[in-house]
Design a protein around this ligand. Sequence first.
Ligand code: NAD
Length: 362
Amino acid sequence: MAILPGEVVLLKKLGVEVFVEFHAGERAFASDKTYQASGAHTSERKDVMLNSEMLLSVNPPLDDDIASFREGQILCSVINPSENNIWLEKARLHGLTVLALDLIPRITRAQSMDILSSMATISGYKAVLEAASLLPRFFPMFMSAAGTIKPARVLILGAGVAGLQAVAIARKLGAVVEVFDVRSAVKEEVKSLGGKFIEVEGAKEDALAGGYAVEQSEEFKNKQQDLIQKRSEAADVVICTAQIPGRKAPVLLLKETVNGMKPGSVIIDLASSTGGNCELTKDNERIVVNGVTIIGKSDYPSDMPSDASKMFGNNIINLLKIMIDKDGNLVLNLMDDIINGTTAVHKKEYISQRVKQMLNIK
Ligand code: NAD
């Protein structure tokens, strides 16, 4: 759910009237009554669409809905322009303004609006909990009357927002944690969370990539795969989070690597929606290969709807704070780098430079 009742109150303080579709909050345990009590109007979907200047949703509305929108209406949602390019083109031709929340620039001023970070935080947390519950062993070291149990070993591929969260949770549960990443900047962060950063020499980094990873050379990939293979054989759990924006996820765990892992080990592949870091991953499936459980799942936030909605709503409110003037009017200032970077289409034109790059638009 894009906005919970608690956040409706904050929106109203900005001078905004809020309309919520009947039963929209049910999955996040927010009833129509609680929305009404917080000052929102609850109504049928068509009335919400008709009455609003701006529509907030987690995922883009259906293709069929586009025709029902008024020209000039603003849609604000996670868009994923590379995959939803046809949808976006229809919205552009219909004259809608589309704000793609997944395009919010990764700059300090926009940190409080960063929906991808919020969702990655949940994914990293849930991935470790799921691995711990599936593993036929303890995570922490135990010294008991029945003998000493060694701590589990967790290998984390990719130390972005999800990976670092996974390091923190796995350490809290008492596991020994090792981490691979191609960006040397994360080395200190991994260490400060109690993980061990495994460095592979020769990683390519690009200061112009906005803090993101870039495609690596074949020589580097081979060196990295050898090391990952060795560390995976010693691991009980592998959490895969490595991604390169706008591209297929790098394949870091080959079939042979999985075959060399201990039976009972668990791989959670958070990169599954973009192809997966493990060669054997099947998106949205749980499979077992030679006793190793592999879960391909990129959508853990939907398993934690209350806090996912709370974080999502807070991110949106922080974005709206720079879009709503003191009289409660919506102002789309395309000179602002956050608004410009987030606006996919406006007045039948593509605006965001990143969308143009993704869709190859000159
Ligand atoms: P992401 O989801 O794009 O990728 C996850 C991690 O995988 C990254 O750390 C990346 O370096 C790593 N990776 C990619 N290819 C790899 C490979 N071949 N081997 C090993 N690791 C590989 O990353 P993210 O979580 O979205 O974060 C990307 C960057 O953006 C980080 O520097 C983060 O601190 C920064 N960030 C900034 C803001 C902000 O300032 N508003 C918000 C969120 C994230």
